[in-house]
Design a protein around this ligand. Structure first.
Ligand code: 13P
Ligand code: SF4
Length: 330
């Protein structure tokens, strides 16, 4: 009998063997299965430490496209796993916990986005990588926060553009490029909730600290920031800058790599406005754990599947992004 109430869990919820050395076991499984572990900077530190490669959304897509591993375990959120599968359909792609969604991708349902696009004939559609595969099939070129500005700049000045789904990033790029892109009104619940007041209080206590912000933050936060950039751009800035203290307005997972690369510098997470916590975490990104990573590699669950029809359409705007990024040396 079919149990209509059965919903597959986003991960295999079984205990890992008692007393196991998880790091060693994961490395052994990885070797045995010719797997590669790719992790986003917002993952828990222990996952970043065990990953073969840690990077931002662009770098993860670039690695997924070029790896010769048979299996990719994408420690990030579901759209990152989907992007890897679209780019490497012959490989098996896993995300340790498929409940790891993205509020920004969720803010842009494909059917509503399609109706939105129909209102603006003759427009080039640019979508942020934080979208479902279905939205990518409606897109002319995908961007990430690392290359969005340059890709917009690469289009003719007279081009009419729809940009989605992140409104804050779209507004920021409009302000940098003087364009008037039509914006979808989506947002990331993590970057939206940084508190201007709390950041200014921190700045009073640390007057020499530079404020670094991700362009998914609201414009009031970007206006008071010393530097705005993608996670990898913020990391690189922290390495090159002679400053010794930084207030960081993006998901706090990036502080792990910042501290590692800059042991003599101090990184202070910017606080959100709606909690007593000092830092701002993406609850989706933090769903992945070492235990789930182990089970995922051992039992090969949960796997990402994309229909051939969607894969064939969605790969075009992603490849276009990768080609432009390569030309630009990004
Ligand atoms: P980047 O990895 O492009 O900096 O984007 C941050 C983000 O919110 C990923 O979900
Ligand atoms: Fe999505 Fe925001 Fe989490 Fe990134 S930080 S995965 S944009 S919800």
């Amino acid at each position: 009998m079919v149990d209509n109430n059965f919903k597959p869990a986003g991960f295999l919820d079984i205990p890992v063997p008692k007393g196991i050395d998880l790091v060693q076991a994961i490395n052994d499984l990885k070797k045995a299965k010719n797997a590669i572990i790719l992790a986003h900077y917002y993952q828990e530190s222990d996952i970043q430490d065990i990953a073969d490669f840690v990077g931002d959304s662009l770098a993860l897509a670039q690695w997924a496209a070029k790896t010769d591993a048979d299996v990719i375990v994408l420690c990030g959120v579901d759209f990152m796993g989907e992007t890897a599968k679209i780019l490497s359909p012959e490989k098996r792609v896993f995300v340790p916990d498929l409940n790891a969604g993205c509020s920004l991708a969720d803010s842009c349902p494909a059917d509503e986005f399609a109706a939105f696009i129909r209102q603006y004939p003759g427009h080039t559609v640019i979508s942020y990588v934080n979208t479902t595969a279905a939205v990518k099939t409606l897109t002319d070129v995908v961007v990430t926060s690392t290359n969005a500005r340059q890709i917009v700049d690469s289009l003719p000045q007279e081009a009419k553009i729809i940009f989605g789904p992140d409104e804050n990033l779209g507004n920021y790029i409009n302000s940098l490029t003087g364009r008037d892109m039509v914006l979808w009104k989506g947002a990331c619940h993590v970057h939206e909730r940084f508190s201007l007041e709390k950041i200014l209080e921190l700045k009073k206590k640390h007057p020499y600290a530079l404020i670094l912000a991700h362009p998914e933050c609201k414009s009031v936060i970007l206006k008071i920031s010393d530097y705005v950039g993608s996670t990898s751009a913020l990391l690189n800035y922290s390495i090159k800058s002679p400053a010794k203290e930084f207030i960081v307005a993006t998901e706090s997972g990036i502080l792990h790599e910042m501290q590692e690369k800059n042991p003599d510098k101090t990184f202070i997470p910017a606080p959100p406005n709606d909690s007593t916590c000092a830092c701002n975490e993406c609850n989706f990104m933090k769903l992945n754990t070492l235990e789930k990573l182990y089970n995922c590699l051992k039992y090969e669950i949960p796997e990402i599947f994309i229909s051939e029809e969607i894969q064939k359409k969605a790969i075009k705007p992603i490849q276009r992004m990768l080609e432009i990024s390569e030309k630009l040396g990004l």
